[in-house]
Design a binder for this molecule. Structure first.
Ligand SMILES: Cc1cc2nc3c(=O)[nH]c(=O)nc-3n(C[C@H](O)[C@H](O)[C@H](O)COP(=O)(O)OP(=O)(O)OC[C@H]3O[C@@H](n4cnc5c(N)ncnc54)[C@H](O)[C@@H]3O)c2cc1C
Length: 679
């Protein structure tokens, strides 16, 4: 274990470095763990300091940006003095020309109104004035806004300067060290696990930009931007461009050395690398339209980078679910601009003097319970015992359920049965359900209640990214009553699954299940049949068991694999009945039977069950539990089907415990003449 310093910063991009320097200047000892300095978006950016040209509306974000822009001159002066390096800071102003088609651009008009309200300067230039002010603009430019206080910095030079400043001040920078997991205990970070062992500190700061949700379940996603640079020709009359041009979906940023930066695309393609012909073509076409002379300048460089985008495009700053962990991420398009204010606010927060502005950027805004939580009447009856005797109000009419289903006496079952025990935790229900594929959150909430299940599996990746159909899922269930089973759906390799499992554990903690170490392990490289990879599953299971997880692996019905997984310490095995979502029922009954006969851990039949009869069949075979999602979520009436599946699981279990009669080849009368009770 490396015990480091007062503060350990994860991530050595512009945000991590700026915070480290601020803390160091205030007297703290600081360590930065940085996976790859060159990977940082800070190198890829354009370096505009453009709260006004960006059209940020009045509100806390504008206040944050303006405060940061104001800090810039002094911040730069200090850094340059400390290092002797130049950052290319240039308060050159930003010109935002508009075209005929864009003449009604309300965003820029609003920008002027905002400027007035926020006490900043903005000037409208009409057609004649703008062409006089900036020679060489495209002929279809009809006017534009001039924001004299917006500025630019050479972000590559600045990032390098920050690095040198941090080293000069004695920050311990460990480049090439990747943090793999944040270990939490009782809402405190205990240590971080890295590629070179564990590290400990008093305080931790997460500043890993677009990669943030690899370590914590916070909704930060990469937004790719492609960029290019041209070199303006030498000219006796000096630089042809002396201010930033901020056009429609394009900006042109001239540096003082004649290099001109052109950007940027905005693409939701994950971490897909490289420049593309389409991206470059789009940028060049727009740039040449705005400033035609560029077409003859020497093309110098192409590159790309990943902005850390949140769902509301605002940064995540300040406290986290752990008392000693602060978040400084999600700066999206404005991380260069926001570096100085972020450093100041995070250092204040560590000094227990949090600025009130931080409240607006709390991570909790993504985890607030929505008003669409289950109706109180349903939530109140969410235990299986309550369900078995309650009559539910169903959203759709369903003749099967308009008359009361005779209540199964829970007591009768419990005298015959013992609870389902997984990793030392007891459950009365033997049906687990999921949250995916429902037509609405309300359907999902009511189905979970109707099924009587106590374990609900949640796709960590989809929930944390709020993928379509998964928005608000994590908040929609009452996790004080339902045990969360985070799953690694969407992971194609063991490494991915391990990472997502760690995130799942954090997600469960964030939602109040501090001691939840369960993970439903899915490693599925095959996209057509969604069949799990046995080798990847075994590898991931071994690692996760070592890390203290209760692993519930999803597998093909392979008895030998099931045994191996049990041997490495898995808490259950979860053989599939047939391919996920296929509704084909149990296609491999013989193998499942062997798994059940040999297993010393619960066997949960997962996937492929389409009807309650199939659910009952699996339980009659001796399965310990079932996991059913699609058959419920996609039924015409999911709530009714959920109830039916719950009953089927109970019926099948009871039948298994009761012991079915043997199959005979001959008839045997129902009212025999021998052996009747005479008195
Ligand atoms: C094309 C483009 C143009 C932009 N233009 C502008 C602009 O004009 N003005 C502006 O203000 N902003 C701009 N931005 C946005 C700005 O670059 C980002 O908001 C900013 O760089 C985010 O800083 P960061 O330190 O949070 O993340 P980054 O700068 O991306 O740094 C994150 C660092 O964390 C490291 N890391 C990741 N995972 C781990 C781990 N597990 N363990 C240890 N280290 C890890 C990475 O290797 C990386 O070095 C632009 C961005 C792009 C992509």
């Amino acid at each position: 274990m490396n015990t480091t310093s007062d503060v350990l910063i994860i991530g050595g991009g512009i945000v991590g470095l700026a915070i480290a320097i601020e803390l160091k200047l205030r007297g703290a000892t600081v360590t930065i763990l940085s996976r790859d300095f060159k990977q940082a978006a800070a190198h890829a950016a354009a370096g505009m300091l453009a709260p006004q040209a960006e059209g940020i509306p009045l509100g806390p974000m504008l206040e944050l940006c303006l405060r940061s822009r104001q800090l810039y001159p002094n911040w730069i002066r200090k850094l340059e003095e400390l290092t002797g390096a130049s950052t290319g800071y240039w308060p050159c102003g930003i010109l935002a020309p508009v075209y005929v088609a864009d003449a009604e651009r309300t965003d820029l008009r609003e920008a002027a109104a905002i400027a007035q309200a926020s006490g900043t300067e903005a000037q409208w230039l009409d057609q004649a004035v703008i062409h006089q002010y900036q020679a060489g603009l495209g002929s279809d430019v009809v006017g534009g806004w001039w924001f004299p206080e917006d500025a630019q910095v050479d972000n590559r030079a600045l990032t390098q300067t920050l690095w040198i400043a941090a080293q000069t001040l004695g920050v311990n920078i460990q480049d090439g060290v990747s943090v793999q997991a944040i270990q939490q205990q009782q809402r405190q970070v205990a240590s971080v696990q890295t590629s070179v062992g564990d590290w400990q500190a008093k305080h931790y700061v997460l500043a890993i930009g677009a990669w943030s949700n690899e370590l914590l379940p916070i909704p930060v996603q990469p937004r790719k931007g492609q960029m290019l640079a041209v070199q303006s020709p030498d000219s006796a009359s000096g630089l042809p461009l002396r201010r930033v041009l901020f056009g429609s979906d394009l900006y042109i940023v001239p540096r003082q050395d004649g290099r001109i930066i052109i950007g940027a695309t905005s693409e939701e393609v994950g971490f897909t690398p490289n420049n593309t012909p389409a991206g470059v073509q789009e940028l060049l076409a727009r740039a040449i339209r705005l400033y035609p002379a560029l077409q003859d300048f020497a093309l110098q460089e192409l590159w790309w980078g990943f902005r850390p985008a949140t769902l509301d495009e605002l940064p995540i700053l300040g406290a986290s679910a752990c008392a000693n962990l602060l978040l400084a991420t999600g700066h999206y398009r404005n991380g260069i601009l926001l570096a100085p204010i972020t450093a100041q606010l995070i250092a204040d927060a560590i000094a227990q003097q949090p600025d009130p502005l931080l409240e607006h950027f709390s991570w909790q805004r993504f985890h607030q319970t929505k008003p669409s939580t289950p109706p109180a009447s349903l939530a109140a009856s969410s235990t299986p015992a309550a369900l078995s005797s309650s009559t539910h109000v169903l959203p759709r009419s369903n003749s099967v359920l308009t008359h009361a289903v005779p209540a199964l006496a829970q007591a009768d079952i419990t005298t015959l049965d013992s609870p389902l025990v997984i990793a030392g935790r007891s459950f009365r229900s033997r049906l687990m359900t999921g949250t995916g594929k429902y037509r609405s959150i309300a359907d999902m909430q009511q189905s979970v209640v109707a099924s009587g299940c106590e374990i609900v599996t949640v796709a960590v990746r989809r929930v944390q990214t709020k993928a379509p159909g998964h928005e608000g899922l994590a908040e929609a269930l009452d996790w004080s009553k339902i045990w969360m089973l985070p799953n690694t759906a969407g992971c194609k390799t063991a490494e991915e699954a391990i990472r997502v499992a760690r995130l799942g554990r954090e997600m469960a903690k964030l939602l109040g299940q501090e001691d939840n170490n369960f993970v439903k392990l899915e490693v599925i490289p095959d996209t057509k049949y969604l069949l799990p990879d046995p080798i990847g599953t075994l590898e991931a299971a071994e690692q996760l068991v070592k890390e203290g997880f209760a692993v519930l692996p999803y597998i093909n019905a392979d008895p030998l694999l099931a045994k191996r997984l049990e041997e490495v310490g898995c808490a259950t095995v979860m053989p599939l009945g047939s391919p996920i979502g296929s509704g084909q029922g149990i296609k491999n009954a013989a193998n499942i039977q062997i798994i059940i006969e040999n297993a010393q851990v619960p066997v949960v039949v997962d996937a492929g069950l389409g009807a309650p009869s199939e659910a009952a069949q699996a339980m009659e075979m001796g399965a310990s539990a079932l996991l059913i999602n699609t058959a419920i979520a996609e039924a015409q009436n999911p709530v009714a089907m959920a109830k039916a599946m719950g009953l089927a699981a109970e019926a099948g279990r009871l039948a298994y415990l009761a012991g079915r009669i043997p199959v005979k080849s001959h008839a045997s009368a129902s009212s025999p003449l021998t052996g009747t009770i005479t008195q």
